[in-house]
Ligand binder design. Structure first.
Ligand SMILES: Nc1ncnc2c1ncn2[C@@H]1O[C@H](COP(=O)(O)OP(=O)(O)O)[C@@H](O)[C@H]1O
Ligand SMILES: [Mg+2]
Length: 412
């Protein structure tokens, strides 16, 4: 590839770059599923051998997620703490007064909150479930629903209780559980869901078969009647790590108001100039309560970190540097029809600039790319075009570029 192009390889897929050799090597007796994490087969043996260090996790996250340095740091430390704790409890040691390092991630939409957690969960190979808090809001006081999260975790772990009991639950859109906006009709159910989650985050026994699952209940009863080995029927949530996130739009105004309130000197002007990112990163417990979350709920989320918005330069890097860049997806889609596409850096810059105006973080890249390449994806597979170059001109005027491209293909 020559210099003006992005350097994005067309042969794709994650590399093992960045994972130190030490943690890639597995002992012969272990079945390694993820770097640094080995699983043992027997139920009686420790379920995880974890050798990753915080900086190694952060480096891994850096392959996929651009920016968000603070969130990477905080998450890496929380995950390592989680595993060290798991290791101790697995080895039968009692760990008095351990406070779970549950994490609250704040930040605008499309800046990598979910992407961070997903990339981390893939690396460490613990059972992991993700759900939107809004999914539970309608059911209000029916606690069964949040318990389903834990049952999902159990299924994800291949019905292995011990593994599931050390898994990670990721709950997105927790800001929607806030109750300050009583007029929105979410107030009552939001609080109910927070209360139910609270119990899970603390120490609850969740039945493996939902009380609402009649078939499941019957099957369990039949199995016991047939003399099946009585199995443990509940799953304890004491050691499950909870990570929650939300956009918390309007939080900056609450933070600003609070800071102005305890202002003593002429810092008001500086505060007036503070960016949304600055303000969000100063979110305190009082602000989360003012936003409408229950103090007990926030109290179970001791680790808090804000993700910053993505500007044009960040979006350019998301396209150019991230191993999960959307560009790879486009290269793959065209190559499925035998078409080689090469992206020049000026095209990535133009895409980033258009996406930045959307105000939806990296999601804006998807919107813009879809719009720019829609007709290319429709027309090119049935044309004689075998390769094309994406440059700034193509991004600015896709239909003219497509017309030119099809014209030259026809003449050949
Ligand atoms: N910081 C980032 N670095 C790389 N890709 C990102 C980043 N933020 C978002 N993306 C891309 O945008 C998509 C949507 O981001 P997501 O993590 O779901 O946003 P949210 O912060 O709303 O959870 C991701 O799947 C990923 O492809
Ligand atoms: Mg998300």
């Amino acid at each position: 590839m020559d210099t003006p192009t992005s350097g994005i390889p067309s042969a794709l897929g994650p590399t093992s770059e960045g994972i130190p050799r030490r943690i890639r090597k597995a002992k012969v007796t272990e079945v390694v599923t993820k770097p640094g994490v080995a699983e043992t087969a027997a139920e009686s043996e420790p379920q995880f051998h974890f050798s990753l260090r915080p900086q190694e996790i952060a480096r891994h996250l850096g392959r996929f997620v651009i920016g968000q340095t603070e969130a990477k740091k905080v998450l890496s430390v929380a995950l390592c703490d989680h595993f060290q704790h798991v290791r101790l409890t697995e080895s039968g040691q009692s760990v008095p007064f351990y406070q779970k390092q549950n994490v609250l991630l704040l930040g605008p939409t499309g800046v990598g909150k979910t992407h961070l957690i997903r990339s981390a969960a893939e690396l460490i190979g613990v059972p992991f479930v993700k759900a939107d808090a809004t999914k539970f809001s309608e059911t209000g006081y029916v606690g069964g629903d949040v318990d389903d999260l834990i049952r999902d975790l159990y299924r994800r772990s291949g019905n292995n209780i011990r593994k599931a009991e050390h898994g990670i639950v990721y709950l997105d859109e927790v800001d929607k559980l806030a109750t300050r906006d009583a007029g929105a009709g979410r107030d009552v159910s939001g609080r109910g869901v927070q209360t139910n989650l609270l119990k899970l985050m603390e120490d609850a026994e969740v039945p493996l078969v939902s009380p609402n699952d009649v078939t499941g209940q019957l099957q369990a009863a039949m199995s016991t009647m047939r003399g099946g080995v009585p199995t443990k029927e509940t799953l304890n949530t004491r050691h499950i790590l909870f990570i929650v996130s939300g956009a918390f739009s309007g939080m900056d105004a609450l933070v600003r108001r609070r800071l102005l309130g305890d202002l003593n000197t002429g810092r008001a002007a500086r505060l007036a100039a503070a960016s949304t990112d600055d303000l969000i990163s100063q979110t305190a417990t009082a602000d989360l309560i003012a936003y409408g979350l229950e103090p007990e709920f926030i109290g179970r989320l001791p680790v808090r970190v804000a993700c910053h918005g993505l500007d044009e330069d960040d979006l350019f890097d998301v396209l150019r540097k991230s191993e999960s860049s959307l560009i790879h997806q486009y290269v793959r889609a065209f190559s499925a029809y035998g078409i080689d596409v090469e992206f020049r850096d000026d095209s990535l810059r133009a895409l980033a600039s258009l996406a930045a105006r959307e105000g939806t973080g990296a999601r804006g890249l998807m919107t813009i790319c879809e719009r720019v390449f829609r007709d290319f994806k429709f027309r090119l597979p049935s044309s004689g075009v075998r390769r094309f170059l994406v440059n700034e001109a193509l991004v600015q005027d896709p239909s003219a570029a497509l017309k030119r491209l099809l014209g030259t293909a026809r003449k050949r």
